[in-house]
Design a protein around this ligand. Structure first.
Ligand SMILES: [Zn+2]
Length: 654
């Protein structure tokens, strides 16, 4: 997705993108503002060692992804396919939860009154919408006087924190949002008098015993406070404290159960936060001199791995801490002075773990680190080209769908599940051809005769292995990589995972949506992904995949369009580097496409031949001539859209 990243960096958030491209660090910080697109081209940078994160089997929301918020376990409506909504229900917000998320209500409070309001909220989750505030509201909520008053309250609350209550977590999220928006240039820079209150409080919290103790009321507290350090870009001040905590959670003969504390979610997420401090420290100018010649950080982190492995390896609540601490230990190998010391650790990890056994994530972390930091010496570690062997071991089950077009490479599917996936795609194929009037004729120079569908056992498996095998981003719900269709040996590939949250119902997440991308690429869009996205046609690519995979039963998209937030002509300008990407590309893209099929197939009839001929410039000229002429009709039509009925081919209708 190199193309997308470049586009994102020129189009938005210049401050952070400049930051991401000027550091010597190759650890993937640009991920922060990359949109969670589900199509793209492979990017060789995806071999980066992954950053710390709280594992989740649910795809995270865009805001959770972008701002490193802890993923919630709440089942969202959009994660339930329409056909299952009668038997499964989303974890709806309670009325009080919904009310507490009202940002207009929040914005009616100022200064001390705002601090009181924040402290009184039932959960820090109420404050997630702060990260998506519109500019005018953000300027008001994060005014200097508000920030100063809330910082003073943060200092008070932190002094009296007794590992109880939600106040500290709430105030922490408030400042995480403030600094995140300031870092992106979405609000004014935060004056130094604000951190003057925050810094001593955070240092005291991290140096004391209360922060990393279980808090049943707000288990995200320790993680929020430590992640705030990274939002403030203050890592340099905390490196030694974080190292001290790593050693405190390391089992020793005197403290043989030290790591057991990580089973508690407060402590566990706090540990993720402290690892994140190390992760970002490598790219901070003030932290770099402190760590680039000091092997003690990597040593402490790797000792955590070796000493705690017997206790944590089979501990479902905390085993991930092993591989994530390992990743941060080995990340120090990027500094030449530290490579010799870390090399010994990487070799030790490979020699004492197995590629496909219970400790396979530890093996994977070491092999990835070698690839990232010492690949010239891969033969020393015996990991050269490990991906091929590893992929065969992990994606061991192969199925050929009837008809010969689709090949399944899976980690966990049994025969019945594979047949179900094949059937789903087989049923979608004639529908696609009818809706697009393809006459089953591929575009010229297209050799994508077969599709490989890779299915991982769950989202975490996808997260771990897919970037290694296929060089793709995983901040998405699966991805379609078309490759180079003009090359006879090309293998287009959809990479997916089982939607384990729907079990016992079996479902490959986004299978229908991604299969439309394959058919669209083969029968509608000339050239590869880069060629096909040279002009703004994401409304088409994502809108079509949504419309044909969901049919008319898409209440979320109808509800999104009912807000009137965008005009149709704005949606026609959709690209892969937009703020509000998920909403615009999928929800509004669906509505734009459905509108064109239902009301204006004559425009589709004009556009599709241009796509098929690769005349993307002509297509864009056509759209610009359309300009805003359909905006009013679209807005009126939105009010009439329902979930009833099913799409019908428009081509012979008039
Ligand atoms: Zn898509």
């Amino acid at each position: 997705m190199r193309t997308i990243v470049r586009a994102a960096c020129t189009a938005m958030l210049g401050l952070t993108c400049a930051f991401a491209t000027t550091g010597s660090y190759a650890g993937g910080i640009d991920v922060r503002h990359r949109n969670a697109t589900d199509v793209g081209v492979a990017d060789t940078h995806r071999h980066d060692v992954p950053m710390p994160h709280k594992p989740s089997l649910l795809p995270p929301t865009q805001i959770e992804q972008r701002y490193y918020l802890p993923p919630t376990d709440r089942l969202r409506q959009e994660l339930i396919p329409p056909e299952l909504r009668k038997s499964m229900h989303a974890g709806e917000l309670t009325p009080s939860e919904a009310a507490c998320s009202d940002m207009t209500a929040l914005a009616s409070h100022q200064a001390d009154d705002l601090a009181n309001y924040l402290v009184g909220l039932p959960s820090a989750d109420c404050l997630t919408p702060l990260f998506a505030l519109a500019p005018s509201l953000a300027a008001s909520v994060f005014s200097h006087s508000n920030l100063l008053a809330v910082a003073q309250r943060f200092a008070l609350v932190s002094v009296s924190y007794t590992s109880k209550g939600t106040a500290l977590a709430n105030l922490g999220v408030f400042f995480r949002a403030a600094y995140s928006l300031a870092n992106e240039g979405r609000i004014e820079a935060i004056g130094e008098d604000v951190p003057a209150w925050l810094r001593p409080s955070i240092v005291a919290l991290v140096a004391g015993d209360r922060l990393f103790a279980p808090n049943e009321d707000a288990p995200t507290t320790a993680g929020t406070v430590t992640m705030l350090i990274t939002d403030m870009r203050d890592e340099a001040n905390y490196l030694d404290l974080m190292k001290w905590w790593v050693t405190r959670f390391t089992n020793t003969p005197r403290h043989p159960n030290a790591a057991h504390a990580l089973d508690d979610p407060t402590v566990g997420y706090g540990f993720t936060g402290l690892l994140t401090v190390f992760y970002f420290a490598h790219s901070r100018a003030d932290a770099l001199p402190l760590l680039q010649n000091d092997p003690s950080y990597a040593t402490a982190l790797y000792r955590f791995v070796t000493a705690n492995k017997p206790m944590l390896l089979n501990d479902s609540a905390a085993s991930f801490q092993l591989e994530q601490a390992e990743n941060e230990a080995f990340r120090f190998a990027q500094h030449p002075a530290l490579l010799p010391a870390v090399r010994t650790m990487m070799l030790d990890a490979l020699e004492h773990s197995t590629m496909a056994g219970a400790d396979r994530y530890i093996w994977l972390g070491a092999a990835q680190a070698v690839k990232a930091y010492d690949n010239a010496n891969c033969s020393f570690y015996k990991t050269c080209n490990f991906e091929t062997v590893l992929a065969s071991a992990i994606l061991a089950n192969n199925y050929q769908c009837d008809g010969g077009m689709v090949h399944l490479r899976t980690q966990s599917l049994n025969g019945d599940q594979a047949r179900a996936a094949c059937t789903l795609m087989a049923q979608e194929t004639p529908f696609f051809h009818a809706m697009l009037a393809t006459h089953e004729t591929p575009v010229a120079d297209d050799h994508s005769t077969t599709l490989e569908v890779v299915v991982f056992a769950d989202r975490e498996e996808y997260h771990h292995y897919s970037p290694v095998f296929f060089d793709n981003d995983v901040n998405n719900g699966g991805v379609y990589l078309e490759g180079e269709p003009s090359q006879p040996a090309n293998q287009p590939r959809f990479i997916a995972f089982v939607a384990t949250w729907l079990q016992p119902q079996f479902s490959v997440w986004n299978l229908k949506h991604e299969f439309v991308h394959y058919l669209d690429g083969r029968y509608d869009m000339y050239g590869d992904f880069d060629a096909a996205t040279v002009k703004p046609d994401v409304w088409w690519i994502e809108g079509l995949a949504e419309y044909l995979s969901r049919g008319n039963d898409d209440p979320e998209s109808i509800a999104a369009a009912m807000t009137g937030q965008y005009r149709l002509s704005e949606i026609f300008s959709n690209t892969y580097s937009m703020d509000d990407y998920v909403n615009r590309a999928y929800r509004w893209g669906y509505m734009a496409m459905r509108f064109m099929f239902e009301r204006h197939p004559e425009h589709l009839a004009a556009i599709v031949p241009m796509f098929r001929a690769g005349q993307y410039g002509a297509y864009w000229d056509y759209m610009q001539r359309l300009s805003s002429s359909l905006d009013d009709e679209f807005a009126q039509w939105v009010g009439t859209a329902t979930t009833a009925g099913a799409p019908t081919p428009p081509w012979h209708a008039r």
